[in-house]
Design a protein around this ligand. Structure first.
Ligand code: MRU
Length: 354
């Protein structure tokens, strides 16, 4: 399986540099939390669950170097590090979820000697990484029944092993159906401007031998109208209590097109992507990235010098356009306010995914 991120006993974090795929398969080495933060900001590692895992590992790494005479002194410095990491990317809630798990771990073990506490934090980050893979596999098991033999699935951005610690969310569901022997074709949106579809999803699917057709974003409606698409399956960066979904820019347009053509629109995401404290998608912060990602491609200008460009990285798909939300503990259907809350409660009463 592709290794998105790993941390050695010596505290070196190896990250597969996704900004260079598919042309080069290169791992970068980060030696402190600031280098990991920079890798997240520059999208060398990206995808909501992977960002969360990277932040947890970075916080554990930073914690090893904290000098303090008391737990209070230690915790205050840990919070400063967490704040730096929280400032890297604002939309994917998994980042804040993972940092929350790490801080809770510190509080749970506050009575331990400092060295032992630091070790616990290292273990917690590793637990978050391993749990992410198990969660994705469970998500695949829950969702694969939505995909029938011979299905054509349109997907957007990258939601595979690269976007997680391994296996993937929406692409994990596709993978699970494929592993079961179902024949399927994935229509891969190239996903401008960062080209996660063309560069990353196509790369992953090719490695796995899963049949796919790469299309530009503006071809989706054409293929839907031709009857070539049976369903849309995407991931999420944050899901509000009413089921509104923040995901890669362009997702909303796909959902509108899917509704027009009577095609089911599915979202697959772990429970760590739920933000039930937010009533609706209106409150989800949308990351604005450098307009150069739009005016340039791999450093080459593709617009006249000085052209104004906008670069919102995500959009909100209203819950009414979402047919179902697949999680690791089951599938939520409208009304999401009830079904998402029920799934969250079910997770509390169930042993961990494995
Ligand atoms: O900007 P990115 O590449 O981090 O955006 C990723 C997405 O939008 C994914 O669809 C989402 O994080 C789900 S990944 C399992």
């Amino acid at each position: 399986m592709i290794k998105t991120i790993e941390c050695s006993q010596e505290g070196i974090v190896r990250i597969l540099d996704q900004s260079r795929l598919p042309l080069e398969e290169v791992y970068i080495e980060c030696r402190d939390h600031l280098e990991v933060a920079e890798a997240i900001r520059k999208m060398r590692i990206r995808g909501a669950p992977a960002i969360g895992v990277a932040a947890a590992i970075a916080l554990a790494l930073g914690a090893q170097k904290i000098q303090a005479d008391s737990f209070e002194g230690f915790y205050s410095k840990l919070q400063d590090l967490a704040e730096t990491l929280a400032g890297t990317r604002p939309t994917a809630v998994n980042l804040f979820w993972a940092l929350g798990c790490m801080k809770r771990c510190a509080l749970d073990f506050k009575d331990l000697p400092l060295q032992a506490l630091k070790e616990r934090l290292r273990e917690e980050a590793q637990r978050i990484l391993e749990e992410d893979i198990n969660t994705n596999r469970a998500l695949g098991r829950e969702g694969k029944g939505l995909i029938h033999d011979g299905a054509s699935i349109l997907t957007h951005c990258n939601t595979g092993a690269l976007a997680t610690a391994g296996y993937g969310t929406a692409l994990g569901v596709v993978r699970a159906a494929f592993e079961e022997g179902k024949r399927l074709t994935v229509y891969v949106d190239e996903t401008r401007p960062y080209l996660q579809g063309a560069r990353l999803t196509a790369w992953e699917l090719q490695k796995e031998g899963i049949p796919f057709v790469l299309i530009t974003d503006n071809m989706a409606g054409y293929f839907m109208k031709q009857g070539k698409i049976d369903m849309v399956m995407v991931g999420a960066d944050r899901i509000a209590a009413n089921g509104d979904v923040a995901n890669k820019i362009g997702t909303y347009g796909l959902a509108v097109l899917a509704r027009e053509h009577n095609i089911p629109f599915y979202v697959a995401a772990p429970l760590s992507t739920l933000d039930l404290g937010l009533p609706s998608g209106e409150e989800i912060p949308i990351e604005e990235r450098d307009p150069e990602e739009v005016t340039q491609f791999l450093g080459t200008p593709i617009a006249p010098p000085g052209a104004q460009a906008a670069n919102p990285a995500f959009d909100i798909t209203p819950a009414r356009l979402v047919s179902a939300i697949v999680t690791e503990v089951g599938i939520a259907r409208p009304p999401y306010k009830d079904s998402l809350r029920d799934l969250r409660q079910r997770a509390w009463h169930r042993p961990k995914a494995g």
